[in-house]
Ligand binder design. Structure first.
Ligand code: SF4
Ligand code: SF4
Length: 280
């Protein structure tokens, strides 16, 4: 069972939700796919950490074989190649490692080399296997890191996995949710929160993923995100209050469900509601 937690932007409570759902579940995996800014491990503080590097293939040009036909330059949709003064130059930072230029060169002048773009770490925090993907600064795409983390994790796969997705709805989020069984959308109670919610709602509809919403930072006031859910008949899985105790624990990088009985019970009931939706 794979459950993804998404939001349209950072700071909505996506990591709060995914970390705490994993903490109240039985033995499980938590996968931090927010590879540009992973912070789940600040909460879990995993032990017995293993690490591996993630690489992609980058083309290398043999100028003794190149005839200057420019087919590779014209083909590259990412403008990663230029032909200047009788040789091909590559801008590695924008190469997406599609391999197209290697395949189409008529002179067999293009080979490949490995380039490290990030790391995967896995450790243990109580009953949770904590996986973290980190992309090197300046790299163009974290998709290969997410793919490697989800397909070849550093610890044996658990029956239950919680995926802390990158914010937004770009291809890196699509990679994170493509094989999941259920998507949890986290929404803030503002008009801007509705805009962010609508982005990820459109994405999960496109992927035909069962889904539901957790309303975060709820106050005794009108909640535009709740109104949006009612209007679109999106299941509401539960509400997390705007609460001083929660804010203080969270900003101290504490896992609220491990610190407070009240929050253990709240996140346990959220998890039960998710499982009920999955079973439907
Ligand atoms: S396709 Fe091959 S031969 Fe043509 S410019 Fe590129 S590297 Fe040179
Ligand atoms: S591998 Fe793909 S993205 Fe990279 S330079 Fe070649 S064609 Fe462009």
């Amino acid at each position: 069972m794979k459950i993804a937690v998404l939001s349209g932007k950072g700071g909505t409570g996506k990591t709060l939700v995914s970390v705490n759902l994993a903490s109240v579940a039985d033995t499980c995996s938590y996968m931090d796919c927010d590879v540009e800014e992973p912070n789940g491990n600040f909460f879990f503080k995993p032990k017995e950490v293993k690490e591996k590097k993630v690489s992609v293939c980058i083309p290398v040009f043999d100028n003794t074989k190149c005839t200057g036909c420019r087919k590779c330059v014209d083909f590259c949709k990412f403008n990663a190649l230029a032909y200047i003064k009788d040789r091909v130059f590559i801008f590695e930072e924008v190469c997406h490692s599609c391999g197209g230029c290697v395949l189409l060169c008529p002179e067999d002048a293009v080979s490949e080399k490995k380039k490290v773009i990030g790391t995967l770490e896995a450790g243990v925090s109580e009953q949770v296997h904590v996986h973290t993907g980190t992309m090197k600064t300046g790299e163009v795409s974290g998709v290969p890191i997410i793919k490697e983390m989800l397909e070849n994790p550093l610890t044996p796969k658990d029956a239950m996995t919680f995926i802390d997705c990158p914010p937004g709805s770009a291809c890196i989020v699509m990679e994170s949710i493509k094989d999941v069984d259920f998507c949890v959308l986290v929404a803030e109670p503002t008009v801007f929160g509705v805009h962010n919610l609508s982005m990820v709602y459109e994405l999960v509809k496109l992927f035909k993923k069962p889904h539901g919403v957790i309303l975060n930072k709820c106050m005794d006031a009108e909640n535009p995100a709740e109104a949006y859910c009612l209007e679109h008949r999106i299941p509401i899985l539960g509400r997390i209050p705007f609460d001083k105790e929660l804010g203080a624990l969270n900003s101290d990088a504490k896992i609220v469900s491990r610190e407070s009985e009240k929050y253990h019970s709240l996140f346990s009931s959220l998890l039960q509601n998710i499982m009920k939706e999955v079973a439907q």
